[in-house]
Design a protein around this ligand. Structure first.
Ligand code: FPP
Length: 246
């Protein structure tokens, strides 16, 4: 058998809790529309849900919660909405970093965040550096993230290492690719949740979701809360994970 990174099979077929949960936070616009509010009001309510769910994830003992906040395709939205979302993200990092830090949370940003406005890049890198030594759970925010873009960046990185003679082509396997992704130091993804009734992955964590359980709920993201997360984790515990085995 080829030498490849294998998932940790210790949990296969047994009832265990998820360590790493990722969420496609969808439905902010529809939440606002139902209330005859502007879309930004839905995104603001979405930030409140981010706060609630991050605290719940911590309380429930998750090791990592990854949230899809802005995709590499979200630039197609009207400039005003993009600016609103960036403003909310900036404000969120400023206002919530102390609480994260006080609770031992490590804040991580995945995605091509280095392509963002330099002042936001500085803020992100400062926030990550400040919380890097913490020992609690990771809250990872996917920002300017697209799974295909992540894989392209990882592939280019590995190709450059081959060209520089640092590694051989044969060294490129599942393990090397996983290690070149933005999520290299995060635990394997167990459960991927999408809110708002849509049932697609929308270019989110495509590699990492290879053996993740998928959970779709009709709830709109701004309504999502600790109870909703607990229901998703209950459903996860009932899944029979075989990772291709029997
Ligand atoms: C999808 O709803 C949501 C987004 C594209 C952005 C998610 C952003 C937040 C929850 C706020 C900022 C996040 C953080 C971490 C501070 P949609 O606008 O596509 O909703 P719709 O499909 O109902 O129109």
């Amino acid at each position: 058998m080829a030498s490849q990174a294998k998932p940790d099979l210790s949990s296969a077929g047994t009832v265990v809790g998820a360590r790493h949960v990722a969420i496609i936070m969808d439905g902010n616009g529809r939440w606002a529309k139902k209330r005859l509010l502007p879309r930004i009001a839905g995104h603001r309510a979405g930030v409140e849900a981010v706060r609630r769910v991050s605290r719940a994830a911590r309380d429930m003992g998750l090791d990592c919660l990854t949230l899809y906040a802005f995709s590499s395709e979200n630039w197609k939205r009207p400039a005003a909405e993009v600016a609103d979302l960036m403003g909310l993200l900036r404000h969120f990092i400023q206002s919530d970093l102390d609480e994260f830090h006080a609770n031992g949370v490590r804040l991580r940003i995945i995605g091509n965040y280095r392509a963002l406005d330099p002042s936001l890049v500085d803020m992100i890198e400062g926030a990550m550096a400040r919380t890097a030594g913490n020992t609690g759970p990771v809250i990872a925010i996917a920002l300017n993230y697209g799974a295909q873009d992540e894989m392209v960046r990882a592939t280019q990185h590995l190709a450059r290492r081959v060209a520089a003679g640092e590694i051989a082509v044969e060294d490129i396997g599942v393990e090397a690719i996983s290690a070149a992704l933005d999520t290299a130091d995060l635990p394997p993804l167990d459960l991927l949740i999408r809110t708002s009734g849509e049932q697609r992955l929308s270019n989110f964590m495509l590699w990492q979701a290879a053996y993740a359980e998928l959970y779709f709920t009709d709830m709109l993201w701004p309504d999502f809360d600790a109870d909703a997360l607990a229901r998703a984790l209950d459903a996860f515990r009932l899944r029979d994970r075989r990772f291709g085995g029997l």
